[in-house]
Design a protein around this ligand. Structure first.
Ligand code: PEP
Ligand code: MG
Length: 554
């Protein structure tokens, strides 16, 4: 009899085989709501303060023990746990007669509602808030910390969803893969799994079929989880996979196909610190500098000089190399206080990115002045600059004129399907394209990139998306202008080969993904990539596309 399988969306490739270990459920606070008497309230407040401080201290300890992104994530959660705002709200509730457990729950619900109203990145932090609530309530009730178990032998971690704090302290030697019922390709779980170098599957709706302790085989490429597989076969697959991981660890670049065709692999960065870190990797430059991420808390627009200093740090880190600066992609999931448009019903389809210039025409001009100044200050001979969310040829024309006035090399992001359908018209106006597959997929499939229930649709392997990429790349080849990819698709080793086969000229990704992509490209010839790409764009669905690519190139 064939073993049972359940399917999700594979987001980090690789095989893992181990028993399933589920996260511990959140505590259920006592429903008894007898008000705390006035005389007992000070002691109840103290009880709350001790529990909240202990939870915050545990996060800080784990932040100090972790490194890189994990440490930053834990540090941010420690700050949120100690935040005076929600702590004060909880104390107020206790002083009004609530128990410490109920006060914690009320205060966090109030803050979750506020964060959800703000939307975007703030809304994503509600997972952290709920996680803090669960930990504080468990502490108050004398229960073990909810969340991730602390295994002593290898396991595959299964969860409905994982909070950043859960995933940040994980030891990849013991946690061999992550599988969640919710989550999407760009969710936090996927990002941390990529950083830890362990396979990851999200959006596994039937994950409840996997019971605690059952041996499972995880295939992070196909998204298939096999329950109680043949042990020898599973171990052989994992062994082969580990050999590949070793190859990835020792990859020394630069990227080239097996027949020696050089492929430019670049880094996505958000500030000077990230650029300096990326400059120590094998990235050949920066393919996407997300400038809006420098200003997520800026209430007023920084002056041209201030902006120039920030952008200059990135030019300096990659002195003499290619750096592509993207103008502010503010709005929707990346709110920038000084640039945001008024509240909208549907912000992903609203006034975001280049459209902010409609109501604030000087915004782009001042940013381009700052980029030009930074380029001059750092002796950059060719500064590549691109605009996000371009939808019409007129917008491309106007943006390019502003860039050329300042001696900047103009390009645009291809994120709106309208551009990918008429790429030649747009390429007549600009010098290069960079395809943002995260938004291109969101808009092509009409599926919110933040929605975990939509993970199957927000998959760049969707043949409709691949067709648009093919159309765009073909225009670039015909007109001899570079067309890169800087969305998450570029970081998927198999998809990277398909993109190169379609005629994409550079791939930009999170620094940690570069060696995996480099190794995979080295295993195939350009002709193989081209042949596979032609077959894959004819697939019926994203699953077939992935499986076909794995068969032809894996
Ligand atoms: C994209 O849309 O693919 C992209 C790279 O831009 P961002 O993820 O910043 O929206
Ligand atoms: Mg985008």
């Amino acid at each position: 009899m064939e073993p049972t399988t359940v399917r999700g969306t594979g987001v980090v490739a690789g095989y893992a085989y181990a028993p399933a270990a589920w996260t511990r459920p959140a505590p259920v606070p006592p429903s008894n709501t007898t008000p705390i008497t006035e005389e007992d309230r000070p002691a109840e407040v103290e009880r709350f303060k001790r529990a909240a401080a202990l939870v915050a201290a545990r996060f800080s300890d784990r932040a100090s023990a972790a490194t890189g992104a994990a440490s930053n994530v834990l540090g941010a959660t420690a700050k949120l746990a100690a935040d005076r705002g929600w702590n004060r709200a909880a104390i107020k509730a206790i002083n009004n007669g609530s128990s410490a457990e109920a006060g914690t729950t009320q205060a966090i619900s109030q803050f979750v509602a506020q964060f959800e109203k703000l939307g975007g990145l703030m809304a994503e932090r509600t997972t952290d808030l709920r996680d803090i609530r669960n930990r504080v309530v468990a502490e108050l009730m004398g229960l073990p910390e909810p969340g991730v178990p602390q295994p002593t032998s290898p396991v595959i971690l299964c969860a409905d969803d994982l909070a950043p704090a859960d995933t940040a302290g994980l030891d990849p030697k013991l946690v061999r893969a992550l599988v969640t019922r919710l989550g999407g390709p760009t969710s936090h779980t996927a990002i941390i799994a990529r950083q830890l170098g362990i396979p990851c599957i999200v959006a596994t709706s039937a994950l409840h079929q996997v019971s605690e302790g059952v041996a499972i085989l995880v295939d992070g490429t196909s998204g298939i989880i096999t329950l109680e597989p043949d042990q020898a076969e599973a171990e052989a697959l994992v062994e082969k996979d580990q050999a590949l991981r070793e190859e990835i660890r020792s990859w020394a670049g630069p990227a080239q196909t097996s027949d020696g065709v050089h492929i430019q692999l670049l880094a996505n960065v958000q500030d000077g610190a990230a650029a300096r870190k990326a400059s120590m990797s094998l990235a050949e430059g920066v393919g996407l500098f997300r400038t809006e991420l420098c200003f997520l808390t800026a209430q007023t627009e920084p002056s041209v000089n201030e902006q120039a200093k920030i952008y200059g740090e990135v030019f300096e880190a990659f002195s003499g190399k290619k750096v592509v600066v993207r103008t502010l992609d503010a709005g929707s999931d990346k709110p920038v206080p000084f640039a945001n448009h008024a509240e909208e019903e549907n912000p992903a389809l609203g006034v975001r990115g280049i459209r902010l210039g409609w109501t604030n025409p000087g915004l782009v001009d001042r940013q381009l002045d700052a980029i030009a100044q930074a380029a001059e200050d750092n002796g950059v001979s060719e500064a590549w600059v691109m605009a996000p969310m371009i939808a019409t040829v007129d917008e491309a024309f106007e943006f390019a004129a502003k860039c050329r006035d300042r001696d900047l090399k103009p390009g645009i992001m291809v994120e709106v399907p309208a551009v990918a359908m008429l790429p030649e018209k747009f390429l007549e106006e600009v010098e290069f394209f960079s395809i943002g597959t995260n938004d291109l997929t969101q808009y092509t499939m009409a599926a919110d990139r933040m929605g975990s229930a939509l993970a199957q649709l927000t998959d760049p392997w969707q043949p409709g998306v691949l067709r648009l990429i093919a159309n765009t790349a073909a225009a670039g080849q015909k007109m001899n202008k570079p067309v890169g990819v800087c969305g998450e698709a570029a970081a998927d080793p198999l998809l990277a080969c398909i993109l190169i086969g379609l005629g994409i000229t550079s791939l930009s990704m999170a620094t940690g993904a570069i060696p995996g992509v480099g190794v995979q490209l080295g295993k195939v010839s350009l002709q193989q990539c081209q042949d596979a790409a032609q077959q894959v764009i004819d697939a019926r669905n994203s699953r077939d596309a992935k499986e076909l690519a794995a068969k032809l190139l894996g």
